[in-house]
Design a protein around this ligand. Structure first.
Ligand SMILES: *[C@@H]1O[C@H](CO)[C@@H](O)[C@H](O)[C@H]1NC(C)=O
Ligand SMILES: *[C@@H]1O[C@H](CO)[C@@H](O)[C@H](O)[C@H]1NC(C)=O
Ligand SMILES: *[C@@H]1O[C@H](CO)[C@@H](O)[C@H](O)[C@H]1NC(C)=O
Ligand SMILES: *[C@@H]1O[C@H](CO)[C@@H](O)[C@H](O)[C@H]1NC(C)=O
Ligand SMILES: *[C@@H]1O[C@H](CO)[C@@H](O)[C@H](O)[C@H]1NC(C)=O
Ligand SMILES: *[C@@H]1O[C@H](CO)[C@@H](O)[C@H](O)[C@H]1NC(C)=O
Ligand SMILES: *[C@@H]1O[C@H](CO)[C@@H](O)[C@H](O)[C@H]1NC(C)=O
Ligand SMILES: *[C@@H]1O[C@H](CO)[C@@H](O)[C@H](O)[C@H]1NC(C)=O
Ligand SMILES: *[C@@H]1O[C@H](CO)[C@@H](O)[C@H](O)[C@H]1NC(C)=O
Length: 464
């Protein structure tokens, strides 16, 4: 036995293909034994790139002289795959070997790392900004958190109303957006970067930039054109060809949806949705800081300036009005609220969700799916926002979530006299009520949906 086995083993070890650290290696059937570099902290992760490769089994040994195979003993580990990828971490002081068995067809990838980087499905999801009939704005998960800057006394200076575009971070992950109609069933592929990057992606990306959307941090923003009306889509964001974020689902609006998108406003960084403004010339993606009329921008900036002036009559940073909140927090929440009421949002009932104006009674019905906080705005009706033109076409407005107002109330000093409407007194006429927090005043949490929008494309109220 030994006579026979030993030369075979040596032969096999000789035939190994070395795997370099920290680079993506793609293989098809031919090679099946790989050499692993020595490291006290080795992470080996594998990903299959097509469903046909799912028969493959991956065995690893952290000793360069033990050929890994099924039932191989103490130093042999099998890497189990979940949704198409799997990993092993441990010590391999003198290197190791990886073997691939039972691969019938298709390709797979191996990534060997000494700092814990692996193929993985991230918990954090991409974020839908909004859609029109043939466009969408999508964001990656935040990749660099940017908490609200807290100035200190005696130089307690708050950001100006017209925020300067912040400096772009020096290191940005390589993000790739993948979109396909729901009919392409991306979610039935292996949920791996290589499988999703190989899938055909629809839509044309007309803009992609890092964007500091909120204190959650920097995200990558995509402006996508060329989609089809009333169609369900699936989207993923792939980071560095290794990490998968998603899927999220969204639907484009119907063909008669006319509201254009507003995006990339430094003074309203989280505004990225459809608004009831006049249509733009085709080839223009939407309204941004350059094209928005001054009649909308200037009053908004003036409200923001006046509010900041009033706020700073308080000895911000010296005296405290709350153990939890600061003037900077107050200003940030006020900006979010001001932007959400200054830019009315257009929407449509989701397919299968016949929206009406939210009221506590419509929310409380036995319907399985709650109705979005939509209010019909027939053509010619008076605009809800004083600086907006009156409607020149029919649309439905999606009301701001009441929580955007309550957040200002909670974060700001009492002397500013901020008062949000209460459920008892008609809050539902101007806000989406009961989605995030329960409709009962002063009760945080326990709303019917718990959020303004979900990964399935439902948007209950405008939470931006
Ligand atoms: C791991 O190393 C790679 C290559 O040197 C680097 O790009 C990556 O940022 C590192 N990752 C972590 C989590 O340190
Ligand atoms: C006060 O803070 C602002 C913003 O941080 C800074 O631009 C300014 O130079 C500071 N002024 C003084 C006098 O330190
Ligand atoms: C997208 O839809 C708008 C409004 O329905 C239309 O004017 C425009 O031509 C469409 N764009 C493309 C590329 O189909
Ligand atoms: C899109 O998805 C919704 C909800 O899942 C469903 O009700 C609707 O029929 C789908 N529409 C199309 C065109 O497939
Ligand atoms: C980013 O990732 C994509 C998809 O893997 C790849 O095609 C592209 O070359 C990468 N770009 C850079 C700058 O690394
Ligand atoms: C704003 O829109 C104009 C016209 O569509 C475009 O040329 C410009 O690049 C956009 N600016 C930003 C910052 O996106
Ligand atoms: C802001 O304050 C100025 C000066 O007090 C005042 O003239 C103006 O009307 C105020 N603007 C708004 C929008 O409240
Ligand atoms: C929504 O439902 C109501 C009552 O069930 C019905 O009268 C109305 O036509 C529906 N609207 C749409 C847009 O389907
Ligand atoms: C909107 O309509 C109202 C009533 O019809 C009118 O008084 C007002 O001037 C209009 N506003 C604009 C900006 O056109």
């Amino acid at each position: 036995m030994f006579f026979l086995l030993l030369p075979l083993l040596v032969l096999a070890v000789d035939a190994q293909q070395p795997l370099p650290l920290n680079s993506i290696n793609t293989f098809t059937t031919s090679t099946s034994l790989f050499g692993l570099p020595a490291s006290s902290q080795l992470t080996v992760s594998v990903a299959i790139c097509v469903s046909e490769a799912s028969s493959a089994r991956f065995f690893l040994s952290n000793s360069p002289s033990v050929v890994p195979a099924p039932g191989g003993g103490a130093d042999v580990f099998e890497i189990q795959l979940t949704d198409g990828s799997g990993q092993w971490s441990g010590s391999a002081p003198s290197g190791g070997l990886l073997s691939v068995q039972d691969l019938q067809q298709g390709s797979f990838q191996i990534f060997v790392s000494d700092n814990g980087t692996t193929y993985q499905v991230l918990d954090q999801l991409p974020l839908l900004g909004d859609t029109t009939s043939n466009q969408t704005i999508l964001f990656s998960h935040p990749f660099l958190p940017m908490p609200i800057a807290q100035p200190t006394f005696p130089n307690y200076t708050l950001p100006p109303a017209n925020l300067a575009a912040p400096d772009i971070p020096s290191s940005i992950p390589n993000f790739t957006l993948v979109i396909a109609p729901a009919s392409a069933q991306l979610s039935s592929l292996p949920q791996t970067a290589c499988a999703l990057l190989n899938a055909p992606s629809t839509g044309s990306i007309v803009g992609n930039d890092p964007w500091l959307r909120s204190s959650e941090g920097w995200r990558s923003q995509w402006l996508v054109d060329g989609l089809s009306p009333s169609t369900n889509y699936t989207a993923y964001v792939i980071q560095d060809a290794l990490k998968v974020s998603g899927p999220i689902y969204f639907a484009t609006k119907s063909g008669n949806f006319q509201c254009p998108l507003v995006y990339s406003l430094p003074y309203c960084p989280s505004t990225a949705y459809a608004v009831p403004l006049p249509p733009l010339p085709s080839r223009t993606f939407g309204y941004n800081a350059t094209s928005l009329p001054d009649s909308i921008t200037l009053p908004l900036l003036q409200y923001m300036t006046n509010f900041t002036t009033m706020l700073t009559t308080f000895a911000c940073g010296r005296d405290l009005y709350s153990p939890l909140q600061t003037c900077a927090d107050c200003q940030t929440h006020y900006r979010t609220w001001l932007c959400s009421i200054s830019f009315p949002r257009c929407s449509e009932p989701a397919p299968g969700n016949n929206g009406t104006a939210a009221s506590s009674s419509s929310l409380g019905t036995a319907a399985q799916v709650p109705l979005s906080a939509l209010q019909p705005q027939p053509s010619g009706s008076l605009s809800r926002s004083p600086n907006f033109p009156n409607a020149t076409y029919d649309y439905s407005s999606l009301l701001p979530c009441l929580e955007t107002c309550n957040a200002v109330d909670r974060a700001c000093p009492y002397f500013l006299g901020i008062k949000c409407p209460t459920t008892k007194f008609n809050a539902a006429e101007s806000y989406g009520v009961g989605f995030i927090d329960s409709g009962n005043d002063d009760e945080i949490g326990n709303g019917i949906t718990g959020l303004a929008q979900d990964r399935w494309g439902n948007v209950w109220c405008n939470g931006n």
